[in-house]
Write a protein that binds this ligand. Structure first.
Ligand code: NAD
Length: 486
């Protein structure tokens, strides 16, 4: 197996990054581009031995990194951000080739945001404090202590973005990290290891191991030296990880799937509502936060649908490297198969495809909108993770809220309404980690992020990230303690 492959003109190391060194495995797995199904290269395929080595490296590096001053940790995080910014073009082309998301989004939005992840948590670390308070003259002082080696497991739909949203706060917190990227898009994690090393991050503080979750996962998540596990991915994997982590009671943060609603009330600006609706095809529908269930007030449903169809027809689907493309391929033929199975079952159960309802070819799925779907049907209840949306109508606000909340998920909800009081009323009743009113996907890193019910456990973002990655300590000091000890 070659140690490096060239992707979009960029050299990417195919090996793990453990203890500041590149490490090969006996086995490999093929990394395939969703753009054309071509094999980009063979990647080192880690198993329990690599997991154990990576956790050992993270454990060995922990005491020194935890003892590193906040200012120095922040400086190195900013240096990593500098490295990301210098390589935005390279990271963008590699990510697009590896996971099929739009090159223009990577260049202009995602990769700058990756750099921002490091800058934000570096700066937040420097101002992280809780005001001291008194109890009968005793001083209470809250501190955030580094917790230890952290295992971070991430999915393929926004690989570097989601990895660094965990890596940055974990490192800022003083923890060391073992990052396990998804097997369908492992390349930018390897580039991140290079960037972090160039930025001066000490050996062993960040480790990257590649491989199939089923082969390397348990050895990471059941390891007794791991102090935190943060996972973004699907519900079945989350359950598996929770079982595996239970033996050591390792604290978990779980960011999972969704089946989020877009509620369109008759008093909404319909053009805005349609813009929000069409946005749900972004990243070929492979977005956890996507509002995949349109709930539209009956009186405007026909007009909304007409305008939506008109707008959706203007979207171009094709090569994600092309500046004019709006919707790229789906990640893998297996994912495409899964999407199509959902759609065909829905059609067989009586759904009607307003648009789409079929594959385009081996890599692309036609943007789809299904109506005549029952609330308890699979297509309304289960996450598809493709460009497949459903439309249902409601006649009262109560019904809208009931339908919105009637799944096992609770990640996000989007409202289109022209009535501020209604927005407040409805928002209060929605079960969701994030609610957007007349907007979508506006995400500030200081906001709490996470899901309710099966969409996740815990919140990250701003201080919530430090609360998770740290051992939060309260020290109570007696007012006259010093005198007694001379
Ligand atoms: P997945 O659960 O199949 O895989 C996610 C990661 O877990 C991969 O790195 C995989 O290798 C690893 N994994 C698999 N089995 C494992 C095991 N037994 N132990 C440890 N790790 C294991 O999910 P996916 O298909 O890659 O991602 C899509 C899912 O992620 C969707 O459900 C989507 O909604 C969700 N997601 C959620 C968010 C969020 O922030 N809530 C963001 C993006 C994606």
């Amino acid at each position: 197996m070659p140690d490096n492959i060239v992707v979009g003109g960029v050299s990417v190391d195919t090996r793990h990054w453990i203890g500041g060194e590149r490490v090969a495995s006996d086995d490999t797995f093929a990394d395939v581009s969703p753009i054309d199904g071509s094999v980009l290269g063979e990647m080192a395929r880690g198993g329990p031995a690599e997991a154990v080595a990576a956790v050992a490296a993270a454990k060995a590096a922990f005491p020194a990194w935890a003892a590193t001053s906040r200012a120095e940790r922040a400086r190195i995080l900013h240096a990593i951000a500098d490295g990301v910014e210098k390589r935005i073009e390279e990271l963008s082309i590699v990510e697009t080739t590896d996971n099929g998301a739009l090159l223009r989004s990577h260049r202009r939005g995602v990769m700058p945001r990756v750099a921002h992840n490091f800058r934000f948590f570096a700066d937040w670390l420097l101002k992280l404090e809780h005001e001291d308070f008194e109890t009968r003259g005793h001083r209470n002082h809250v501190s955030w202590d580094p917790a230890g080696p952290s295992v971070l497991i991430t999915p393929w739909n926004a690989p570097l973005m989601l990895a660094t949203w965990k890596v940055a706060p974990a490192l800022a917190a003083g923890n060391t990290v073992v990052l396990k990227p998804a097997e369908w898009s492992p390349l930018t994690a390897s580039l991140l290891a290079d960037i972090a090393a160039e930025a001066g991050l000490p050996a062993g503080v960040l480790n990257v191991v590649q491989g199939y979750g089923s082969e390397i996962g348990d050895a990471l998540t059941a390891h007794p030296d791991v102090r935190r596990i943060s996972f973004t991915g699907s519900v079945p994997t989350a359950k598996r990880i929770a079982e595996s982590a239970a033996g050591n009671l390792t604290p978990l943060s779980l960011e999972l799937g969704g089946k989020s609603p877009l509620l369109v009330f008759a008093d909404a600006d319909l053009d805005l509502a349609v813009d929000l609706a069409v946005e749900q095809y972004d990243n070929a529908g492979q977005v956890c936060l996507a509002a995949t269930r349109f709930l539209v007030e009956e009186s405007v449903a026909e007009e909304f649908t007409r305008r939506f169809v008109e707008k959706a027809a203007t979207l171009t689907q094709g090569d994600p490297r092309d500046e004019t493309t709006d919707i790229g391929p789906n990640i893998h033929p297996r994912q495409l198969e899964k999407i199509d199975t959902f759609v065909q079952r829905a059609l067989a159960a009586g759904a009607r495809a307003v648009i789409g309802g079929h594959r385009k070819d081996t890599q692309y799925y036609a943007p789809t909108l299904l109506t005549d779907v029952a609330q308890d049907s699979e297509i309304v209840q289960e996450e598809v993770f493709g460009p497949v949306l459903t439309l249902q109508t409601f006649s009262t606000e109560e019904e809208a809220v009931r339908l919105a909340n009637d799944t096992r998920f609770g990640l996000a909800a989007t409202l289109a309404t022209g009535d501020a009081e209604r927005a407040e009323r409805v928002t209060e009743q929605l079960v969701a980690g994030t609610v957007w009113v007349n907007c979508f996907f506006v995400r500030d890193l200081q906001a709490p992020f996470g899901g309710s019910r099966h969409s996740g456990v815990g919140r990250e973002g701003g201080t919530w990230s430090f609360d998770f990655y740290c051992d939060v300590k309260n020290t109570v000091t007696a007012p006259n303690g010093w005198k007694n000890h001379g």
